[in-house]
Each structure stands twice: as structure tokens, then as C-alpha cells.
Write a protein that binds this ligand. Structure first.
Ligand SMILES: O=C(O)[C@H]1NCC[C@@H]1O
Length: 343
């Protein structure tokens, strides 16, 4: 066996969505801020291609790179690599990162509760981990401020007609629309069609509505389409099933922490959710994130909420990803059978 590169990865998933964590073998990328380091990773593509492309990765995979924090309040920084994007923040990935940091002993665990601050490219997030018998059993993340952008916008989508949609930011940018109006009930048998429909909606939303984060103009597109089932109230808690379509055309297996944050921002903007109220987001595989609005704030002068998301993650393995110097595909490859062109 020979290799001129070894990347050490602890694999993990949060409520079904893969969020592997690089714990060694990669030097911190250049940059004075986490955002500049994120930009380097996104533009350079070398690490992204090495770990995400086949034969080492695949379209189902998200990988997080641990980096020393730039902000002295944070214990650790992390840069999220999704199949096509290198986003400001991610709910499932932040839950995986927290779990790997604690369960693998990188950050000392305190039972029954460990608190830490993590630095994502999109800002600081507070983490409270419920820990028992050496395992971080539940991770609660106070997400970055989230806000509704456009409510009840009209969107023309080829083959679907005129849809009514909302756009919102919850650590990443969303177009949100009613799944039932499109004939879906968000069940696993619909997965392929949901993914193809969501990608069409995201493309149309980027062409017709657009999005620019008011305090970070570099985040200037809509990343995801969230297809939602109606909200129902049970015992004072709002419940909502959804699926989130990730570029190039895959569904989030988790209820999507940034998506639940964006949805709560929309509910709050409509007066349908107040500070302190709880929302349970349910995914296409019936996993759950317990969410809450913990406060109100502003982003670039517009009303915003401070969302909390809570879920569980489990380590699935460890890997040493290597490169044989004779491998003819050192950057790997993508084929459109599983990895369609980004739209
Ligand atoms: O939970 C989330 O926010 C994410 N899951 C994968 C894609 C999103 O970043």
C-alpha cells in the first residue's frame, strides 16, 4: 500500500443525513476569517473533489473540515462541504461536527451537559450537548439569525405552472412551497420525483426571485427548495413534514436544520409563530429535529429570529482516504447517472 496523501475522517449522520468530519491530514486553508477560508475551499475545489467525488465520495455525502477558530469565543471552526456548495451554515452538519468532537474525545465531554461555541463560515453557533455514558445523545444548536425574504411570491416553473412560494434564509437560502399543491405527500416512494421537481423550482427561483444576504452579499443565490406539508398543532407544538432538495438533485434525509429555521422565520413573519414556541420538523424518512424560536433580532435592518434546532447524530465509522500516486483520477470524477449537472 502506498499513498502520498492521507485524510482522516470520522463518518457520521444526523437524523439520517451524512455529515462526515475530517479530523486530520488537511492543513487549515488560507484566509483571515472562516468565510475567507470557505471561499478558498469553494474556489480551489481540490479538497472538495478529492473527498466528495467518486471513487472516494458520492452525491449523498457532506464533509466538514475542522479548522482552528478565528473567534476567541469558539472552541472549533468548521467548513461545510456539500455536494455542490460550501455553505454558510448547516443544521445536520453542525450536529455531526458536535457529536464527532465530543464522542471521539477531540473536545472533552462533560456529563450530563457539555456547552461549546462553534464557528461556522456564516457565524458563531452555541451548542448544548446532552451527554451520557460517553455519548453525546442530543445536540441543540442556536442557529445564526434567520429571516423571511419574499412572502407569497409568484413563480413560473416549466411544466408546473404558476406556484406561490416564500423565500427565506436559515443559515442557508431557501425557496419554500407547498408539496401538496404539487400532488406530493413527501413519502420515500416520491423521492426521485421530489428531487427533480425541487431542482426545477430552485432554478426558476434563482432566475426570477433571487436572493442576496443583506450582510453578506457574497451569498447571492437560493441553494435549496423546501417542499412542505401543512403545519399541524399537537399539544401546543407545531409539527411540519418537509423535504429539502439539495443540488444537484438529492433529498436531505434529515428534516434540515437550516430549512426548519427558514420555515420558522416565515411562520414568524406571518404571525403564526411566537418567541418561545416549538416546531418539530419531520423528514421524508420520519426523523425529527426539535426546534424553537429563542429570540427576535434583525439582519441588515430587517426582522429576523434566533432559531434553535435539536437532533441526534451517530458515528458510522472511521476512514483514511488515500491517494496512490499512480491513480489516474486523483481528483475523482462525477457521472450524470448519479450526479446530474448543477442547475
Ligand atoms: O440540516 C441542514 O441544514 C442541512 N442538511 C443538509 C443540507 C443542509 O445544510
Amino acid at each position: 500500500m502506498r499513498s502520498n496523501k492521507v485524510v482522516h475522517i470520522v463518518s457520521c449522520h444526523a437524523e439520517g443525513e451524512v455529515g462526515d468530519v475530517i479530523v486530520g491530514g488537511v492543513a487549515p486553508p488560507p484566509g483571515n476569517t472562516l468565510w475567507e477560508q470557505r471561499r478558498f475551499i469553494a474556489e480551489d475545489q481540490a479538497l472538495r473533489n478529492f473527498v466528495l467525488n467518486e471513487p472516494r465520495g458520492g452525491v449523498f455525502r457532506h464533509i466538514n473540515l475542522l479548522v482552528p477558530p478565528k473567534d476567541p469565543r469558539a472552541t472549533m471552526g468548521f467548513i461545510i462541504m456539500e455536494p455542490e456548495d460550501t455553505p454558510p451554515m448547516s443544521g445536520s452538519n453542525s450536529i455531526c461536527v458536535s457529536t464527532v468532537l465530543l464522542d471521539s474525545g477531540i473536545v472533552p465531554m462533560q456529563e450530563p451537559e457539555t456547552r461549546m461555541v462553534l464557528e461556522a463560515p456564516g457565524g458563531l453557533v452555541n451548542v448544548v450537548a446532552e451527554c451520557r455514558n460517553g455519548k453525546a445523545e442530543r445536540i441543540t444548536v442556536t442557529n445564526v439569525p434567520s429571516f423571511a425574504d419574499k412572502l407569497d411570491a409568484k413563480l413560473e416553473v416549466e411544466g408546473l405552472g404558476t406556484l406561490t412560494v416564500d423565500t427565506a434564509y436559515g443559515g442557508d437560502s431557501f425557496v419554500i412551497t407547498d408539496a401538496r399543491a404539487l400532488g406530493f405527500s413527501v413519502t420515500p416512494d416520491e423521492a426521485r420525483e421530489l428531487a427533480e421537481t425541487g431542482i426545477k423550482i430552485t432554478r426558476a427561483a434563482n432566475e426570477q426571485l433571487g436572493f442576496t444576504h443583506p450582510e453578506n452579499p457574497e451569498w447571492d443565490h437560493i441553494s435549496f427548495c423546501q417542499l412542505t406539508m401543512p403545519v399541524e398543532e399537537k399539544d401546543g407544538i407545531l409539527h411540519g413534514r418537509n423535504t429539502v432538495v439539495i443540488q444537484p438533485a438529492k433529498l436531505d434525509r434529515s428534516p434540515t436544520g437550516t430549512g426548519c429555521s427558514a420555515r420558522m422565520a416565515v411562520l414568524h413573519a406571518r404571525g403564526l409563530m411566537k418567541v418561545g414556541q416549538r416546531f418539530s420538523g419531520h423528514s421524508i424518512i420520519d426523523s425529527t429535529f426539535n426546534c424553537r424560536i429563542v429570540g427576535e433580532t434583525t439582519v441588515g435592518g430587517r426582522p429576523a429570529i434566533v432559531p434553535e434546532i435539536s437532533g441526534r447524530a451517530w458515528i458510522t465509522g472511521t476512514h483514511q482516504v488515500m491517494l496512490d500516486p499512480a491513480d489516474p483520477w486523483p481528483a475523482g470524477y462525477r457521472l450524470a447517472d448519479t450526479w446530474p449537472r448543477k442547475q
